[in-house]
Design a protein around this ligand. Structure first.
Ligand code: ATP
Ligand code: MG
Length: 363
């Protein structure tokens, strides 16, 4: 978090670039350092997989109590690819259940569904009027998922701006994400800085928080490609709902290479390095140290499978419980949307005024 310490002469609520909203106790007094404001999201584009868990959600759960954390199911993003309405509906709830089962506590963090807070789409428009066509068409994910096809949804080009709006609405200091989101956070930073430069200080410029290991878990059948909800191979994707048998089978059949030595070398041994990274994230041990403990692939695969089974078993159990009685989850999402909207509406108003948009009663 950008440092802010010492005394503040303002009482009440004060917004400072880089510090988020602070509730200050006393005039001219000492005040506690503000908590880091954190925001991240996950698309309801399919069942959460071990890449989402190790690269993102595990960190969210671990740090939610020490930060002012906002997490959202970004349902609008899932519309960038074709998705049946019934699937979107059911996956939105399933994703929220998965996040809670994986450790998010809606009494500790603010958990909500993106489209329940319409400020996201309005700010996205204001930011689209700040972004350029050139920078959007250069986004890697646009090039991967649809560039060159006339029929591709226009939203696939513009969704990184919606993601910038998701983040900037909450004055987020940090955005904990997997490595695939690095470019999107850079765009968010560029848009925030550009907007601030053109219209005056309005947004906090956020930082990406990317884990040291398992920031890009690869597809077990295609270790050159990241594990993905919407474009991965079924045999190469370990869902957090997979049974122990399915996990063991997928890990044992994972693609490695024609050599036999176990080395952590992402460039020349992507399959083996992926297994070591998952084991490292699950056990906390360094992947180079882990590599030195194995002389062949079989025992490594067995240990990775055991570690993932142990890691995911309680998550699966909790998913089953919450799915049987989802009322608690829908109530939490409603409360989360209220809390989120209270913050988002203030930021949106600030951005609207900075750009010269008038209120309904023009004054
Ligand atoms: P989709 O394929 O639909 O884009 P996804 O699997 O990429 O789905 P997202 O919902 O886009 O998942 O991303 C949610 C979070 O999980 C983000 O922080 C993202 O960086 C992280 N993440 C996604 N895939 C991986 C992965 N393979 N390894 C590590 N982190 C990942
Ligand atoms: Mg993704």
């Amino acid at each position: 978090m950008r440092a802010l310490s010492g005394k503040c002469w303002l009482a009440g609520q004060c917004w400072l670039a880089g510090a988020g909203w602070l509730v200050l106790g006393e005039l001219n007094g000492d005040y506690p350092l503000p908590m880091t404001r954190v925001l991240s999201g996950v698309q309801p584009s399919g069942v959460l997989h071990v890449g989402n868990y190790l690269g993102a959600v595990k960190q969210w759960a671990a740090t939610q109590a020490e930060s002012d954390a906002f997490y959202c199911v970004v349902d609008l993003h899932a519309l960038t690819l074709d998705i049946a309405p019934d699937d979107l509906r059911s996956r939105t709830l399933e994703t929220a259940i998965g996040l809670i089962a994986a450790g998010l506590d809606p009494d500790v963090c603010t958990l909500f569904v993106q489209s329940h807070v319409p400020e996201h789409t309005e700010l996205a428009w204001l930011l689209e009027c700040t972004a350029s066509y050139g920078e959007l068409k250069r986004m890697t994910q646009f090039k991967d998922k649809g560039a060159g096809q006339e029929s591709v949804r226009a939203s696939l080009l513009t969704y990184p701006v919606l993601m910038a709006a998701d983040i900037l609405l909450y004055d987020a200091d940090e955005v904990p994400v997997g490595d695939d989101q690095r470019q999107h956070i850079e765009l968010t930073r560029d848009l925030a800085a550009r907007f601030n430069g053109r219209y005056g200080e309005t947004f906090v410029v956020p930082e990406a928080a990317i884990p040291k290991v398992a920031a890009r878990v690869m597809d077990l059948q295609n270790p050159e490609k990241k594990m993905s909800k919407s474009t991965g191979t079924p045999a190469g994707t370990i869902a957090i709902t997979d049974s122990a048998d399915e996990i063991v089978k997928k890990v044992r059949r994972s693609v490695t290479d024609a050599e036999t030595d176990v080395r952590y070398d992402v460039a020349s041994k992507p399959g083996v390095s992926n297994l070591l990274e998952m084991l490292s994230a699950a056990t906390g041990d360094d992947p180079y140290v882990l590599a030195s403990r194995y002389t062949s692939y079989g025992p490594l695969k067995n240990d990775v499978a055991d570690a993932l089974v142990a890691l995911l078993a309680p998550v699966r159990e909790r998913i089953n419980e919450l799915t049987a009685d989802p009322g608690e989850v829908t109530a939490a999402l409603e409360k989360g949307a209220d809390k989120a909207q209270a913050v988002a509406s203030v930021t949106l108003r600030r951005a609207r005024e900075a750009m010269g948009l008038t209120q309904r009663r023009i004054s």
